[in-house]
Structures are given as structure tokens and as C-alpha cells.
Design a protein around this ligand. Structure first.
Ligand code: SF4
Length: 259
């Protein structure tokens, strides 16, 4: 498989020299996800982890990381509303790579309070209600999962949506204390990811074969038409500009505003 180098795939322009986290990768070819991961694993060891939702991108990254280091860490968030197919995929991955998946759950009291006060589908009521559910079930558990890490890896790609159009391969994650955030597939297309998954016989979520292009929680994800925005099936009742759960916020959260 060949990958075409594009002018905007350089990490130049990311303030190399100003931030030590980005400077660390200045000799690495950002077009090469494996080189980026290899360098990240070598430098950060057990203080770097992939945050996986078992998307097509994440299973490709798990394959790359596991082949570089069998002890590479994989984190996962169980929101309590995942599809059965996602759990099946997670288990297939666990068996194939012999890896420990570190699962993080939402705070029990917060979930109980949310559904007691607002019911089981409050996320359909408004963007604010949806963001509240994502905050409790995803954003806060992720903050806990990232505690103590110096870097994390995600499967974000620029082509996934307008909200991800400026994703860089190497970023500084100000929303999580200024740790390094690697998005090794930032410039890959969905086809490139699927080709990698097929070539390496990697288990993937079978919902993709039913027309899903992006998979989150069960009640907030549906299949979408080819040609649609890749995240069109996520929170389909909302405007495209809001289709993020908050775990990829660029700025630090302001807890004072959440009450
Ligand atoms: Fe809640 Fe839906 Fe967000 Fe999952 S994706 S945390 S169910 S609002």
C-alpha cells in the first residue's frame, strides 16, 4: 500500500521549537503512522495510551501499536450505552492481541442522578442535555483515564467531519493538562484505514458492514449514506457543527460553567 505525501502533512507549522512536546517529533515523518507511534512508545513508554472506541481507525492503531510493543496500553470508555457489536469487537481484539483493555466507567452517582432527574433519553432534548450526558459518560471518565499520562493516541482523521478538518498528527492537548496528543491517521482517508484493516486481518465492528461510518453510543449512532459526512450518523438530529462529544475539546473545560 502506498501513501501519497501531501504538502500539509508536515509537522512544520506546528510551532516546532516552541513546544517541547512537538519538538520531540520533529525528526519523525508525520506521514508515517507507524513511525509516529514507534517514537511515541519509545519516548513515553507506559505513559502513553490509545483511547479506543474500537472504531475502524482504533483497531488499525491497536494493530500497529501491539506489533511495536505488546505492552502498549489501550484505554476504553464504557459509557453504559454502547452497542453489543462494540463489545464483541473489543473482545475479538483482546483475544487476537492478548492485550489488557483498561475500561473506564462513568461515575455511578452521576449517572443515577442524571437518569432519575431527566430520564433515559435526555440527550435528545437539547444540545445542552446531550453534552451533559457526554460529559458524564465520556468526558469525565476520559479525564480520569488520562490521569498520569504524558501522551495519548486517538484515531481522529481530518476527513471525518468539518469539526476535525484541522486535526494535526502531533498536538499539545491543552484540555488535558498540556500532554501530547497523537493523531497518527489524521491525513488518512476512510479507504486507507479499511485497506489497512483488511490487509492485516484485524477484527472490526460489524456495524460498519451495515452502513455505519462512525460508531459511538447505540442510541446516538445510526447508519448513513455513502457520500454523507462520515459522522452524519452521529447525533443526526443536531447541526454538524456540534457533532463532538467533548473528549476532543481544544481548550480546557471550565467546570464552573457546567453547573
Ligand atoms: Fe450519552 Fe449519546 Fe453522548 Fe453516549 S453519545 S454519552 S448516550 S449523549
Amino acid at each position: 500500500m502506498t501513501y501519497t505525501k501531501r504538502a500539509d502533512q508536515s509537522i512544520k507549522g506546528q510551532s516546532i521549537g516552541e513546544n517541547p512536546g512537538i519538538r520531540l517529533f520533529q525528526s519523525i515523518d508525520a506521514n508515517d503512522p507507524i513511525a509516529v507511534l514507534k517514537h511515541g512508545l519509545k519516548h513515553f513508554g507506559s505513559q502513553i495510551a490509545l483511547a479506543s472506541s474500537f472504531s475502524m481507525e482504533d483497531v488499525a492503531l491497536i494493530d500497529m501499536m501491539a506489533k511495536l510493543d505488546r505492552a502498549a496500553r489501550i484505554l476504553a470508555l464504557d459509557t453504559g450505552r454502547l452497542n453489543e457489536e462494540t463489545y464483541e469487537c473489543a473482545e475479538k481484539i483482546r483475544h487476537k492481541y492478548g492485550c489488557n483493555i483498561e475500561w473506564f466507567f462513568p461515575d455511578k452517582d452521576s449517572v443515577e442522578q442524571l437518569i432519575t432527574d431527566k430520564g433515559l433519553f435526555s440527550f435528545k432534548e437539547s444540545i445542552g442535555d446531550r453534552q451533559e450526558c457526554c460529559l458524564i459518560r465520556k468526558v469525565l471518565p476520559l479525564e480520569r483515564a488520562l490521569t498520569g499520562l504524558l501522551a495519548w493516541v486517538t484515531g481522529q482523521r481530518r476527513q471525518q467531519s468539518s469539526t476535525r478538518a484541522n486535526v494535526q498528527v502531533i498536538e499539545i492537548d491543552e484540555a488535558h493538562g498540556g500532554i501530547v496528543k497523537l493523531n497518527p491517521l489524521a491525513f488518512w482517508s476512510a479507504d486507507q484505514v479499511k485497506e489497512y484493516v483488511d490487509i492485516h486481518h484485524i477484527p472490526y465492528n460489524r456495524l460498519y458492514d451495515l452502513g455505519y461510518q462512525s460508531i459511538g453510543c447505540g442510541p446516538c449512532t445510526r447508519a448513513s449514506a455513502q457520500g454523507d459526512d462520515e459522522r452524519a450518523g452521529r447525533w443526526w438530529w443536531e447541526d454538524a457543527a456540534h457533532k463532538e462529544c467533548g473528549i476532543h475539546l481544544v481548550k480546557p473545560r471550565n467546570p464552573a460553567k457546567e453547573n
